[in-house]
Design a protein around this ligand. Sequence first.
Ligand code: PLP
Length: 380
Amino acid sequence: MTSLDHFAAAKLASLDAASLRRQLRPVLRRQNAVVERNGQRLISFSCNDYLNLSTHPGVIAASMAATRQYGAGAGASRLVTGDHPLYRDLELRLAALKSTGDAVVFGSGYLANTGIIPVLAGEGDAIFIDELAHACIWAGAKLSGAAVVMFRHNDLDHLASRLTAQRWRHALIATDGVFSMDGDLAPIPALAALAAEHGAWLMTDDAHGVGVLNAGRGSAHGASVPLQMGTLSKAIGSYGGYLCASKAVCDLIRNRARSFIYTTGLPPGVVAASIASLDIIAADAAFCALPVRKARRFTTALGLPDAQSPIVPLILGSAEAALAAQTRLEAEGFLVAAIRPPTVPEGTSRLRFAFAAAHEDAEIQRLAALVRDLVPVVAA
Ligand SMILES: *Cc1c(COP(=O)(O)O)cnc(C)c1O
């Protein structure tokens, strides 16, 4: 073995020893939250496709038509020749959904955060981030060169004290709107008020809110949030990321964000799928409300606090316990992912249930009954 292979093998062995090694396992995704793995049919409670739009016939048809019309790939960065006409159409729909002056679309949510944040903050500035915010917010902050300051989860007093203690020229406050591994919501109106009081800029990441909260408008709807980013890869059922903001901010991002400039545009079929999904979302508030309603059926059945989003965590502690619970549910026909460090803090490994519009109530009741029986066993 070369020294490089020794290095890799030793790293993998330590992950194995801690039950933290990840494996890719091929999954065939079917209609309506059904997946197949190793020939086994499972009902997935692990997809972020909350409205099942990734397999919606109208969305697929729109994507195929755009591929035929414009080709399979964008061919270049948007700023060169990759800006096919569907892009602007998508940005206008996003701005309308979020009631902002403009929107700018990126290759993914991860690319959006790593591109936006370094444009808005640099040396001499400070970025205040909720401790449970998504990895790509931290990655963007690190790239910016600004001081990165963590505040305790949803703790406004802690944030206020940090805003006062740190010296800064510009300050950016960044948080998830819906926390991806906990399913709880950021106190966005109060954060907006605190940001205004301190002259800081608030950015919310609506990856798990758009399409499912506030008639699909997302977690920041009705609050004053100048920077609303999100993804097209979850409830929208497609791929890509975006920032909804003022026209001036979006124009600056198009000019300066490195993950916008130095990367190829999204394929036309992907952009067309997002447009078709957004049209469905804008037209049907009752449909958008279904994932949270389904999640509440589950929390009610288990006597847990009401779900606030489509995401419900069940914290089991050790990585082994979470994996054992996942295996037991899989044997019963349910795919529920075990989430382990470093995705979640040490000692908080969990099952993460993600509810979707197409989940049938009877399936949810059966899952809840299994979980009720299972949890004392795996926790013991
Ligand atoms: C999934 C997620 C992202 C990344 O979005 P992609 O489009 O999948 O890259 C960003 N932020 C949060 C909170 C997420 O959950």
